[in-house]
Write a protein that binds this ligand. Structure first.
Ligand code: BGC
Length: 612
């Protein structure tokens, strides 16, 4: 692990409110330059083989692993909780990938599989992977070069398991922090989403899709998943309805896709949500007219998990609606056999034109050729030599940098921060001080995440404090903040417990009673109190804001807690700037910089962040 000189405050370049450090990027190779090969292969294919390419099953629901060959599957995925049967070690994931790929290679045409996983903040289902800060934190770094690097490392760790497709980045521009997927979005500001989303695509897809350590990226969830109105979703906003006019859709929710396409993104995932009552996965206007025809997207569309099932009570009818509107591959985790049979029947009955099938399959094959999957010289099986760097100190050093650049200093009364590492005693408290699960949040080992000692490696903030202070400094701990009397300073780490889509929708973002009490107990000891907030979004701080002498928003930093102590103890001055507006009260919500008719009087404005 890299060491930083003690107490030397390094100030990173001062970044203006919306300015982002964006590297100049070379133009990616156009996907349709592979059309000659894709079309030649298409000519050899039967209808069954074509429909197979359009089908994606979840590995955990395969009725028989040989279904990959029987149904000529174009792809399999592992959804949030779909781990290998033998546990989720690096070895088990690699074996799982190889075993699926080997079956695909037994088919007549030997077209390799795409294997897709959710890479929300690193290769987050696999034990020992580096877990990066969630996108909300990366948004606060305003550092596109860093986001590209983070995505490059993520791609390497994914490819080390053989897996070749990442359902990332999420280029939502969430407008209401009550949505449970808020932390998957970089920012409420489409300008920032645009720059960081493109950086992530470049990082994942490398200098070209054929790079041995690149993966296929997927911009999601198209479009306006972060623009749904409160009360229209399940339970509140998720998968709801974006009731906005076309101008707003284009200005706020589309820019992330425009820049992802410019960066060469190979796939896009239409959203579960609706736009003015029409499901995105059923909308010809959104999928074909705007994305493919107007924006010139040459890759393919993959539907969200069981999203097509939601389009009509009858699955066959739902399939016809979605495919005719422009969907190219369907994520049919359990119902893949039904999808295959129904789509075949729909073509035979003339309800889905052959030309639509040929277009979808050409798009899928184009991407597979661009990835070099069909090159005889390169095996599509896992290259285990990439595993040497999996979860390595080098990768963790970049994650640590991302953590410290993501921190936003909200308050610093009388220069409470930075703390002196050589005082006699520091008291640490709060439910999230020594909880890697809370520190990582959702989409970590489990789909929804889990509090506690997640079984993956990493450093909690408490552990990081212990190794940062001088050898003569005593670090004491109590979860509830009592017993701090006599300490020179106190650090209370509080906030949210893990959640992901659906479950994270919340009506009330107030801090819980346990957190408020921990800060109060610490305060009673009469020592300077530093609050570190671990959360997937801005929260209502209430009395904690007054009780605390310093407040740091650390978001969901992931496995590298030392990124937090780098700033707490002054090795680095904070540089993070809010990527979302921070409200005073729930009554103000929704509140963001894009709302023209609402008085903008938040507690902390978009772009706010103190320095030392
Ligand atoms: C989520 C997607 C994810 C997919 C596959 C869905 O529930 O909305 O973001 O890529 O599952 O796991």
């Amino acid at each position: 692990m890299k060491h930083f000189p003690a107490l030397a405050i390094r100030t990173l370049p001062v970044i203006a409110l919306c300015a982002v450090m964006a590297p100049a990027a070379p133009k990616p190779v156009a996907l349709d330059s592979y059309d000659a090969q894709a079309k030649a292969l298409l000519k050899q294919m039967t209808l069954e083989e074509k429909i197979g390419q359009m089908t994606q099953a979840d590995q955990m629901y395969l009725k028989d692993p040989n279904d990959i060959a029987t149904y000529f599957l174009g792809s399999v995925l592992s959804g949030g909780d779909s781990d290998p049967k033998d546990g989720n070690s690096l070895a088990a994931w690699t074996e799982l990938y190889d075993s699926c790929q080997k079956i695909a290679l037994k088919t007549r045409l030997k077209i390799p599989l795409l294997y897709g996983v959710d890479v929300v903040h690193g290769h987050n289902n696999v034990l020992g992977a580096v877990i990066f800060p969630h996108n909300i934190g990366l948004g606060c770094t305003r550092d596109a070069e860093l986001v590209e690097k983070v995505s490059q490392i993520t791609a390497q760790e994914v490819k080390a398991t053989g897996i070749n497709w990442a359902f990332a980045p999420c280029v939502a521009a969430p407008q209401d922090i009550r949505w449970g997927r808020i932390y998957e979005g970089y920012s409420e500001d489409p300008k920032l989403v645009k720059v960081l989303g493109a950086a992530a695509v470049r990082g994942l897809q490398g200098t070209g899709l054929k790079d041995p350590d690149a993966v296929l990226a997927c911009a999601k969830h198209y479009v306006a998943d972060g623009g749904t109105s409160f009360g229209t979703g399940s339970p509140l906003l998720d998968q709801g309805d974006a009731k906005v006019d076309e101008d707003t859709l284009r200005k706020i929710h589309l820019p992330g896709y425009v820049s992802a396409i410019d960066a060469g993104v190979g796939t896009v995932m239409p959203s579960y949500s609706s736009w003015n009552g029409v499901k995105c996965s059923a909308s010809k206007k959104l999928m074909t007219d705007i994305l493919k025809d107007e924006l010139g997207f040459q890759g393919f569309l993959i539907s969200d998990y069981n999203a097509v099932n939601q389009l009509a009570p009858d699955f066959k009818q739902a399939i016809a609606i979605s495919i005719n509107a422009g969907m190219d591959m369907v994520m049919a985790p359990e119902d893949y056999r039904e999808f295959y049979n129904d789509l075949k029947a729909l073509v035979e009955e003339g309800k889905v034109p052959q030309s639509r099938i040929d277009d979808a399959v050409t798009r899928i094959l184009r991407v597979k050729f661009a990835m070099g999957l069909m090159d005889k010289k390169h095996s599509p099986l896992a290259d285990r030599s990439l595993q040497a760097m999996f979860g390595s100190p080098e990768h963790r050093t970049v994650a640590r940098q991302a953590v410290r650049e993501s921190l936003v200093l909200l308050k610093n009364r009388k220069k409470t921060l930075p703390l002196d590492r050589s005082v006699k005693r520091v008291h640490v408290a709060g439910k999230s001080a020594d909880d890697l699960g809370n520190q990582c949040g959702g989409w970590t080992i489990d789909w929804q995440g889990k509090s506690g000692r997640v079984t993956t490696g990493g450093t909690t903030i408490y552990a990081a404090i212990q190794t940062t202070v001088s050898k003569d400094t005593k670090v004491t701990y109590s979860r509830d903040g009592t017993g701090a009397e006599g300490a020179d300073a106190g650090v209370v780490v509080i906030g949210e417990e893990p959640y992901a889509e659906m479950k994270g929708d919340k009506k009330d973002l107030s801090l819980d009673a346990e957190d408020i009490a921990a800060v109060k107990n610490m305060k009673k000891a009469g020592i300077p109190v530093v609050v570190v907030l671990i959360s997937g979004r801005p929260m209502i701080l209430g009395e904690v804001l007054e009780d605390a002498d310093a407040v740091v928003a650390a978001w969901l930093p992931g496995t590298e807690g030392e990124g937090v102590t780098d700033v707490l103890f002054g090795d680095f001055s904070p540089t993070g700037k809010l990527s979302y507006t921070w409200p005073r009260s729930m009554e103000q919500l929704p509140l963001n910089i894009n709302m023209k008719k609402v008085k903008y009087d938040p507690l902390f404005k978009y772009g706010y962040g103190l320095k030392y």
